[in-house]
Design a protein around this ligand. Sequence first.
Ligand SMILES: Nc1ncnc2c1ncn2[C@@H]1O[C@H](COP(=O)(O)OP(=O)(O)OP(=O)(O)O)[C@@H](O)[C@H]1O
Ligand SMILES: [Mg+2]
Length: 593
Amino acid sequence: MSRAETLWISGPVLRARPEGPFRLRESVRVGEDALLGEVIRIARDEITVQLYEDTSGLRPGVLVEGSGELLSIRLGPALLGGIFDGLLRPIAEISDPYVKPGMRLQDARVFQFKPSVRVGESIGPGQPLGEIANGSGIAQRCLVPPDQAPGRVTMIVDPGEYADDQPLCWIETPEGRQSGVAMTQDWPVRVPRPVQARLSADEPMLTGQRVIDSLFPVARGGTGAIPGGFGTGKTVLLETVAKWCNAEIIVYIGCGERGNELAGLLDEITELEDPRSGRPLLERTVVIANTSNMPVSAREASIYTGITVAEFFRDQGLHVTLMADSTSRWAEALREVSGRLGELPGEAGYPAYLSSRLADFYERAARVRTLGGEVGSVTLLGAVSPPSGDFSEPVTTHTKRYIGSLWGLDVRRAQARFYPAIHPLQSYSLVAQSLARWWHTTGCTRWQELRRRFLTLLEEEARLERMARIIGRDAMPARQRLVLLCAQLINESFLRQSAFSLNDRYASPARQAVMMRLIGSFIEGSERLLEAGVPPEAIRDAPVFRRLLRMGEEIPDGDWETFSVLDRELSATIRQLVNQAREESATAAETSP
Ligand SMILES: Nc1ncnc2c1ncn2[C@@H]1O[C@H](COP(=O)(O)OP(=O)(O)OP(=O)(O)O)[C@@H](O)[C@H]1O
Ligand SMILES: [Mg+2]
């Protein structure tokens, strides 16, 4: 392997004079502690290396040793339930979120393996060799690595317990080359794993949050961003989605939080319970943690590490959701490294390639047919923390170019403790159209129509609110007061959903559909009232309105009977108010001279 001698060093970056060939993105070891680094630039007589560990104490003159391989991470069954740094080195203890200098990979672990192929069978890249049991309920599989040439199985072990780094199967190519396949495999972090085909994203990644699923849905294999100022609820929203979404595997990247804050987060994550199985959520989660006291370059790499891990599980035919909290901290790492390299800064000091790096990340989301012929997906969700909540800053604006769904958190909603603080006018979903079919075939036949209706009412509300502040609500015509009333119902009963309410923290698609239809009936009924000359305040003051406002909190999932009682009560109230108005106008006509 090639060597180089360090000439200059600044923070996580060094320049060295090579004594042999190096490749771009090759991983290297530096100095006596064998600190991990990556070649990020090659000039004729100089290489630039980015280090993934604390470099204090390194002096010019230290030796850089090439590995000949691209910077890679080790993927395998031991990932589930683990907590790692940006390059997948295990963080041993939560109270000590540091990685020891020069530390390499995890020690081998033993898993139950059950083969599904026999000697003599032909096998190709990405195809399964057998099942791996780890006691968590998620069946993992051992696949032929995607870059392995096809061939014939010449040896396969019997069912039993094996170390995850031990070859379980030997494959011989037609040219007679033999290679062994173990449960763990290395893969370069920055290279997307190959698939047979990308599939259209036409089913939703359900989150159980009404404002997301019903108004601004995200597709399985799609992308979503959550921009929000300080303390507006990004982390709580991501955690809620992690708990309730219909993904089998969660990859959680904690990016650049302060050290003690991260320890708190890790504590919390390790305590979270999977509400469906009652088992620890961590069992089907991979946590990648960066703190600001870890080198910035590891934070920069962590995003690619996370997505590579997600793709590894996707290739086994699983649905994976990855959340990055927050991508702004990642972009800051990019800015810092770029500054050390002396690159020309662009907008707000970020390097000019910020946008293409964001694209590299979000473009790896997909629903795919795997090499093994199965369907798997990676859905990517990123929180963005724009300084002072200004959504026009570069990370937010560039992120918007690559994502399908945006959930903008609103400071005023958060201050009013209206959670989730997703503002309907600062949010959108570009995939709603293609997900309509799914909703229509799963029972909510009016999904698209009602969704549009709700959004129109919320837009009108924003306009009318301004007027209401100037002239006062009472001076507004009845039609406009009615719009405000309908919007209030949508906001309070549908968009508002407490993450801590036993009944309401999760809403199944069926419950969302029932609530949507009920609100739809209210909107239509109240229009009939308007025609009959009943003022909107009459329905607002009826007991049924209060019950509608509180239906999310009060009626649990599955209690369809109570929902239909409420529906009947609503129709009865409207009928009664209309009849009353008719009678009154008839009497008025009789008594008038
Ligand atoms: N869905 C929710 N239900 C109830 N309370 C919430 C919800 N979301 C946020 N909160 C409250 O708001 C507080 C701040 O939320 P959170 O930590 O998620 O904000 P953040 O946007 O991640 O902040 P930061 O910018 O510091 O990362 C929480 O501690 C919690 O009290
Ligand atoms: Mg946060």
